[in-house]
Design a protein around this ligand. Structure first.
Ligand code: UT7
Length: 347
């Protein structure tokens, strides 16, 4: 069945997955911020019972960047946002909404977006956070697209910012070798041409929530001496379980989004997967039968920076002159929730 807005809606899955056939929303600028301090695998060998060899072969990570003690997530987001505004020669007054995707907010409330708003001195535009684990940046693009297309916003400043080092247990070798800190910001607005979001696919399964979560500090398990003693304010993850779901769902999401776009894997110019583990990335690339040169990776240099990983990859490709007008970019992510999503985008 076709609706009046050009969306194809056939069944439950299709309702969550819209193929847009007319107006498009595009990224008009990107800004990223990565804190300068680097923690190498050799540094980690001195902290926990691990080895450079194990980390590289099991994850693909060589080093990660960490924020310093004085920084909060909004500080990273602020820097990325300023760079995105500068790149577009825009002021914050030209933006109608600040949307921050994060799982490591400055405070439970107000939102990190409001702290960013304060830093940008942008009073009276709406600002809020979106929590969708590592998939948050793609969820944010999907939400922003619809706000722009329905006329609520002209421009959205979307920031994926994460400061995971402050919620990581540095004594737990199973998690502390994985994560890094970074932020990536984009400005989204209506496209004057064919470039922009062509299609997307997004889903979640809360039944699997406790395979990757922050056990304490919320209303389920408020902070107490006991929760602190047990280290429940740190990331808890059943890594090998998460791994299996990530491989399955990222493959499915990518294929569904491509189908909605009327495209095939061979039409993809650049595949940008969430950078959680090189083995997940390679398995997904193989499922899509993509040659390795089309699969972008930078996990060796940053580790898993959650919502910042896709904008960081995009900006590296852009700054390296590798994005050409008309290129088809497939973005794909999986994270806590579980959540997963893919977007097909024409540059
Ligand atoms: O971004 C959101 C989504 N997150 C993800 O997608 C992460 C998904 N999971 C993963 O990337 C992988 O599961 C990990 C990298 C976290 C772990 O790799 P794995 O191959 O699944 O290892 P495992 O957890 O099954 O552990 C295998 C062995 C265990 O030892 P035994 O029981 O076989 O003796 C672990 O204790 O590796 C051990 N191990 C380590 N050894 C050295 C776990 N962490 C380490 C470590 N160094 N850092």
């Amino acid at each position: 069945m076709q609706t009046g807005q050009g969306y194809a809606i056939e069944d439950k899955t299709m309702r969550m997955t819209m193929e847009k056939t007319k107006r498009r929303v595009k990224i008009s600028s990107i800004g990223v911020y990565v804190p300068p301090k680097i923690l190498t695998n050799a540094d980690l060998e001195k902290m926990v019972d691990t080895s450079d060899e194990w980390i590289i072969t099991r994850t693909g990570i060589r080093e990660r960047h960490l924020a310093d003690e004085s920084q909060a997530t909004s500080d990273l987001c602020l820097e990325a946002a300023r760079r995105a505004l500068d790149q577009a020669s825009l002021k914050i007054d030209d933006v109608d909404l600040i949307l921050v995707a994060t799982s490591s907010p400055d405070t439970l409330f107000p939102s990190t977006a409001c702290w960013v708003q304060k830093g940008l001195e942008a009073t009276e535009i709406p600002a809020f956070d979106l929590s969708a684990g590592c998939t948050g940046f793609l969820y944010g693009m999907i939400v922003a697209e619809s706000l722009i297309l329905n006329g609520t916003c002209r421009r959205v400043l979307l920031i994926g910012g994460e400061l995971l080092s402050k919620i990581t247990n540095w004594k737990d070798r199973a998690t502390c070798v994985l994560f890094g800190d970074a932020a990536g910001a984009v400005i989204l607005e209506e496209s004057p041409d064919e470039s922009g979001i062509i299609s997307f696919f997004w889903q979640a399964d809360g039944r699997l929530a406790d395979l990757l979560y922050l056990p304490a500090g919320g209303t389920r398990r408020p902070a107490s001496e006991e929760t602190v003693r047990q280290g429940l304010h740190y990331i808890s993850m059943k890594g090998n379980e998460v791994f299996k779901h990530a491989v399955r769902r990222m493959g499915e999401a990518a294929l569904e989004a491509l189908k909605r776009a009327g495209l095939k894997p061979e039409d993809v110019t650049h595949f940008i997967p969430h950078q959680a583990n090189i083995r997940i990335i390679e398995a997904t690339g193989e499922r899509l039968k993509l040659p390795p040169e089309k699969v972008y990776t930078n996990i060796d240099r940053y580790g898993n920076v959650s919502v910042a990983s896709i904008p960081l990859c995009l900006e590296e490709l852009r700054a390296g002159g590798k994005l050409k007008k008309g290129d088809i970019i497939l973005m794909d992510a999986f994270g806590a929730g579980f959540t997963w999503a893919a977007i097909v985008y024409r540059w």
